[in-house]
Design a protein. Structure first.
Length: 278
């Protein structure tokens, strides 16, 4: 049996379709070429990123988009080579989509949202995000349907891409390098407010992750029910670790307040009892 005869050998045959050995060889060749193209694309983008021509976020977005395009083209070529009409399959898929109806609309929405994210570049790898429920995390992977973020507790969350499109999301990485934060503290009535201000500013000055410029400042925010309320404002370029910075500040504030004899009060109420004579 010649090589040509081996390629033309029929593996499966029906009234409307015939599968031959050369169909499998062609499919394998297309898969190998597609895989090689994806590897070359990844290598090229990494070289461009190493040279500083594109950032890592754009590198990932371009890679994902072109990779999906290559996969779709490869699938189309394999089907066309095997004698399966791609247009017929699309028509059948469309009919299936209509049949499934609302059951897959959220999945489809996630896919479209993933494509939008990759095209627009509003969310990129290693960006620090705060989603609508208050969770803060660093983007570790952007997929076509879902993305992964790593929270401050080192927990990987898998989030549908539609959440990033439809909900309110804060991208801390898109904000200017320094971001303003604050710590709230209350002191007892009768405290020396100037001493409170000086002490709070000294706490901010001692922390290495707090910027010296702009200069931190203190705001006397309110007369509370049980305390005089102050806010210490500061700037930092570490939004992902800001909760640790705030915790450090609170430790410092508590220590310095004890040294300066400044009291942080607990909630209290005055109870007046009247003795009504009968």
């Amino acid at each position: 049996m010649s090589f040509r005869e081996i390629l033309d050998f029929t593996l499966f045959s029906s009234q409307n379709y015939t599968l031959q050995v050369h169909h499998l060889f062609s499919a394998l060749l297309i898969i190998c070429l597609s895989w090689l193209s994806i590897l070359l694309l990844k290598y090229f983008l990494r070289r461009q990123s190493a040279r500083g021509r594109i950032d890592i976020g754009s590198q990932h977005a371009i890679y994902q988009i072109i990779k999906y395009i290559i996969i779709v083209i490869a699938i189309g070529l394999i089907m066309d080579n095997a004698g399966i009409k791609f247009t017929i399959l699309l028509a059948g898929s469309a009919a299936l989509m209509v049949g499934l109806g609302f059951g897959i609309q959220h999945v489809f929405n996630d896919f479209v949202s993933g494509f939008i994210i990759l095209m627009e570049g509003t969310i990129r790898m290693d960006d620090v995000l705060q989603i609508e429920d208050g969770t803060v995390g660093r983007v570790k992977q952007i997929g076509l349907r879902t993305s992964k973020i790593e929270t401050r507790d080192n927990i990987i969350m898998i989030i549908p891409n539609s959440k990033f499109i439809n909900d309110k999301v804060i991208n801390w990485s898109h904000i200017q390098a320094l971001t303003r934060f604050n710590v709230d503290v209350g002191v007892a009535y009768g405290s020396d407010v100037q001493l409170v201000k000086t002490t709070l500013l000294s706490c901010a000055a001692e922390h290495n992750d707090i910027a010296k410029t702009p200069v931190p400042f203190v705001r006397f925010s309110d007369f509370g029910n049980s305390s005089l309320n102050f806010q210490l404002f500061f700037w930092s370029d570490k939004p992902f670790a800001v909760e640790h910075i705030k915790s450090d500040l609170r430790f410092l504030i508590d220590s310095k307040f004890r040294t300066a004899k400044i009291t942080i009060p607990f909630p209290q109420r005055d109870l007046h009892i009247y003795n009504q004579q009968t």
